[in-house]
Design a protein around this ligand. Sequence first.
Ligand code: NAD
Length: 294
Amino acid sequence: MALRLDGKALAQTVESRLQTQIESLRDQVGRPPGLAVLRVGDDPASAVYVANKEKACVRVGVASYGSYLSGDTPSTEVLRTIQRLNANPCVDGILLQLPLPPTLNKDALLMAIDPEKDADGLHTLNLGRLLKGEQGPRSCTPAGVMAMLRSQSIDPAGKRAVVVGRSILVGQPMALMLQAANATVTTVVHSHTLDLAAYTREADILVVAAGCPGIVGAEHIKPGAAVVDVGIHRKPEGGFCGDVRANEADSIAAVLSPVPGGVGPMTVAMLLVNTVAAWCRRHGFKHGLDDLMI
Ligand code: NAD
């Protein structure tokens, strides 16, 4: 059986580190860090994700400035809400929960977020900083994956890595982070790739973020590989599954992230990391979280 990359346990460790940091600086700063999660419309999965993020804020001592706007809110009003959060001195991190209603221009709204408050690391400036190896908030899901690999002393240096999926949210920044950690990212495969297995079977580190339940199975995995499953899907019969057929991967991979309890909790933890780091930066304190923000 493959070793489990326990994202839930690691997220708890990260949270207690953040809690300690917040407690030690809160009196000097005069307020706790603040995170604003902006949800527009009624996507049911988003409602659950936002509630999880707000619960995590309470656990570590981050103040929540959540806003909810109905799905028919005009983009000018969403923009005004973002501008108000940009100007709010108690808010250090802003997250625009995706997906947005189809009437709204996601890219324009993400660009309106103050890059220094960009808790999700999706602003063009911050993606550019990642590309150039400059400091800045990092995309939460891939940063969480990197922390999970490190937690099991899996050093990507010199390893062959393959990423399935090329989204701006996960696949692309994931490939950049693996490269920054000296992996040889041989491919980023996507929906137009022919013969997926021919690429994935080469991978010592395989990160799967296709959003297709069970797309990766035994035939896609190199024996002894570390497999990280980013996908998460609600099963019709109840419970969750990922993009990887875990029962097959288990006997081939050396390391496997579970779904649930793998990447999901670390994504939330990294959102808090970006918020606390921004809070420290704004008040001239060292955040000491560099190991989580490569
Ligand atoms: P997306 O739909 O934006 O991108 C999916 C990518 O996978 C695309 O680049 C597409 O080309 C590629 N793809 C689709 N079908 C493929 C196939 N058959 N073969 C190879 N590549 C294929 O999705 P996303 O936002 O990147 O998310 C991917 C998955 O990760 C989803 O299941 C999402 O719910 C999950 N996710 C989980 C977390 C978490 O915290 N656990 C966070 C973000 C995303």
